[in-house]
Design a protein around this ligand. Sequence first.
Ligand SMILES: [Zn+2]
Length: 345
Amino acid sequence: MRAIISPYFEAQGPLQMLYRGYFVSHYDVAKRGQQIHLGLIDAGCSTEVASLPEGGESSLHESILSIHDAQYIDYLQSAWANWSNMPNSSAEIFPNISPNRHINQFNQHPVALAGWYIGDAAALIGEHTWRNALGSASAVIEAAARLKSGELAVYALCRPSGHHACQDMAMGMCFLNNVAIAAQSLRQQFSRVAILDIDMHHGNGAQQIFYHRDDVLTVSIHGDPSNFYPFYSGFAQETGFEQGEGFNVNLPLPPETNEIAYLEALNTAGNKVLEFGAEALIVATGFDTFNSDPLGCFELESCSYYAIGRMIRSLKLPTLFAQEGGYFVPALRENVRQMVVGFES
Ligand SMILES: [Zn+2]
């Protein structure tokens, strides 16, 4: 399998985040990128660094704007410069107030914009956030291009992740929704595209972006949001809206879900993809379902990823893996290897 690597896959991630009331060091550490990269090499992938798509910078922006709101993209590009111009500004943009049910007038002040465009305290913006997010999107755009040119499987090493990013809002360590950008790109060639999200957390961004559409199926297997991030979405009754009704599938699972129960859910998800008639598949690939993950609550083991990769392959679709979460760094390399080898077995 070919792997397309973001040019900034080893870059320093955000410095801190808020987790259940505590400020903690951010979990998207640079070592994650290194370990995933090594896992891809161990699995025999040929790796290439993403370059600008054909058509250059403007074509890259066009792909991003096919999914994201233009004002939001302007914000991401200019946020750091505007924030750092404030006296005594912090090293990262951390929203301390957000619009809510009762106060929601738009305001251009950098503090107000932070709350408007950043949905939670895990998606902090620093000096290189835009550069890194752009590199991550480049990887997935190039991977989609390879699929369109006839390759059967490509792995995009994206960092930062993307599946929590909404059309006009960053959240959950995500700024640009890589899987959504890839889906839109693949739609140029494939009439029906499915996104299968196997990260520990609900793929709320892809759900939001495609909620009203019937040409992109979104299926997510994740920890039950009754007691798990992102708390406000990911429930089974969220099935799509209007034309999109029936084209969003959530499969929430309880804490301590093991491999047997997980594979049952994956089988259900796979059947949904096949019933939909998908012509191409994007896998939002998270490893935070691993039993030791600090941000997870499932009980998968390294060999579980082999079984998952194998089951995904049984769908017999052109497949794009896009990197999402996975924060237990010591096992990441092996878990990535198992997934790719399982897929290719
Ligand atoms: Zn996750």
